[in-house]
Design a binder for this molecule. Structure first.
Ligand SMILES: Nc1ncnc2c1ncn2[C@@H]1O[C@H](COP(=O)(O)OP(=O)(O)OP(=O)(O)O)[C@@H](O)[C@H]1O
Ligand SMILES: [Mg+2]
Length: 478
């Protein structure tokens, strides 16, 4: 359908000439002779952009502009003005007009502005859709009492600038909680900068966090701003904070104390205003006792601790999560939605998800993609989920409420290596084989990434990518 352009101008001659210019280019023209008439047209005709006369008797163009903004924030408006109305023009820009057409105008001038406006319209639409999709992606699903406690803590902590320390096993949703805190804070409009302290090689982490000047070390060919600077006025999320080296810990502590950073190779300090959220699945108190984690840094981070409980302590959330992931998978992969047999759901709720929600999500995705029928039955489940006894024999660590830290859960049953019950296609077989191979090599090398990468003769970055791709985790596959 041709884009619809609304022209609001009190002079019939201007409306007529714009109508001719626009209709000649196959745009749909909608005319309005006054502000109120124009506002009615905005609501009735849902135009794609507006050309608005700045000077009209009665309600002025600026007032109409402000009203349009209230009704539809993303509708692009260009002003039509006589010459010499600079202050009006500035005012209009402040109110969000994206362009000006000065009278008298040529048709080229009008068409350039209209093209710009329509482009802006589609960008803004796309943006909004992306935002909605992003929000769905980061939605925290679950209503059980355990998660509700987490929600309440998020609500209380979010509006403050206090440092939050998120604790909990791998895959429980710490990253989602961190994003929820940021979204609900006064910094929501600013950046959320995530740093995975475990994935960055030791020799790069400082330059990653604090930035560096050009030439400050071999390989520093360009100046780089660090994550702390990037997060200025926003939130920095220090993920896997328990994996930082003592040297990095000392530097991070300094930033938290002084609220300023120093780029590598620079003597100048830069003030930063960042809200810190940290997360770890490690037992930090144990690490402190072993001398691996600085106690003073722990106290700095541990202002508001929030523990995200493991999935086995909130089986009541499982049906909701299953439906959520099933729907997302069917949308993403364009496959028909599937129903879950009640017995399947029971088995899913009984299973002790050592990989927590990440493992549940992967399982549901695979089930949806691999199961031919539209009802998923118990027999479709991977064997370790189906036979609840077997998965519990793997050694259950006592789970006192709140003590979700326990180091990597060790299990020796080989079941978890195979990603699905039976691979169907060659690709699935290859992937299953590759996954099993990687897990074996990781175990051989004591889950030391550098050593494993070396043994496999592949770059660490590639190994990290594979771990991510297959959802390989020491806690699940160790
Ligand atoms: N309540 C939830 N609702 C919907 N999805 C969730 C929920 N919690 C976690 N997830 C999903 O589970 C996966 C793992 O979550 P996340 O990455 O936040 O875990 P984590 O605690 O940070 O794990 P790790 O310690 O391994 O980094 C993600 O795909 C996330 O989207
Ligand atoms: Mg995480």
């Amino acid at each position: 359908m041709a884009p619809r352009i609304l022209v609001i101008d009190d002079e019939p001659a201007i409306r007529d000439s714009l109508r001719m210019i626009l209709e000649y280019e196959d745009y749909q023209f909608v005319g309005a002779a006054s502000g109120p008439e124009g506002m009615a047209a905005v609501k009735r005709e849902s135009p794609d952009m507006v050309l608005l006369d700045i000077k009209m008797p009665g309600v002025s163009g600026l007032e109409v502009l402000a009203d349009i903004r209230k009704v539809d924030e993303s509708l692009p408006v260009a002003m039509i003005s006589g010459h010499g109305t600079i202050t009006d023009a500035m005012q209009a820009t402040r109110l969000g007009a994206f362009d000006f057409i000065e009278k008298p105008f040529t048709s080229e001038r009008v068409l350039v502005t209209v093209a710009k406006g329509l482009e802006l319209r589609s960008l803004r639409r796309e943006n909004r859709e992306l935002k909605v999709a992003m929000e769905a992606r980061y939605e925290l699903v679950g209503q059980g009492p355990a998660l509700r406690k987490v929600f309440e803590a998020v609500q209380r902590a979010a509006p403050t600038t206090a440092t939050v320390l998120l604790l909990g096993e791998s895959g429980v949703g710490k990253e989602l909680v961190a994003r929820a805190i940021h979204r609900n804070s006064t910094r929501a409009g600013q950046r959320f900068v995530q740093v995975n302290c475990a994935a960055i090689p030791e020799e790069l982490i400082e330059s990653e966090l604090f930035g560096h000047e050009k030439g400050s070390f071999t390989g520093a060919t360009e100046k780089q701003t660090g994550k702390f600077e990037q997060a200025d006025r926003g939130t920095i999320f220090l993920d896997e904070v328990g994996d930082m080296s003592p040297k990095t810990q000392a530097k991070v502590l300094r930033v938290l104390q002084e609220q300023e950073v120093e780029r590598l190779g620079s003597a100048r300090t830069i003030k930063v205003d960042v809200r810190v959220i940290a997360a770890t699945n490690k037992d930090l108190e144990g690490a402190i006792r072993r001398g691996e984690f600085r106690e003073d840094l722990f106290f700095r981070l541990n202002v508001i601790p929030i523990t995200v409980p493991p999935l086995r302590e909130r089986p009541e959330d499982i049906p909701l999560l299953v439906r959520h992931f099933a729907q997302r998978t069917s949308e993403e992969h364009n496959i028909k939605p599937a129903k879950f047999d009640p017995r399947t759901m029971e088995a899913l709720q009984r299973h002790r998800w050592r990989g927590n929600i990440r493992e549940l999500r992967n399982t549901i995705e695979r089930l949806l993609i691999m199961t031919p029928g539209d009802v998923i039955r118990v027999d479709d489940l991977p064997v370790e989920v189906r036979s609840e006894g077997a998965s519990q024999a793997g050694g259950t660590v006592g789970t006192g409420a709140g003590t979700t830290q326990g180091g990597p859960a060790l299990s020796i049953d080989g079941n978890s290596v195979a990603p699905t019950g039976q691979p169907g296609t060659l690709r699935e077989f290859k992937e299953a084989a590759e996954r099993a191979f990687l897990v074996e090599k990781l175990r051989e090398n004591g889950w030391n990434i550098s050593k494993t990468a070396e043994a496999l003769d592949t770059p660490r970055s590639n190994l990290y990518k594979k771990l991510e791709q297959y959802g390989i985790k020491q806690e699940i596959d160790g």
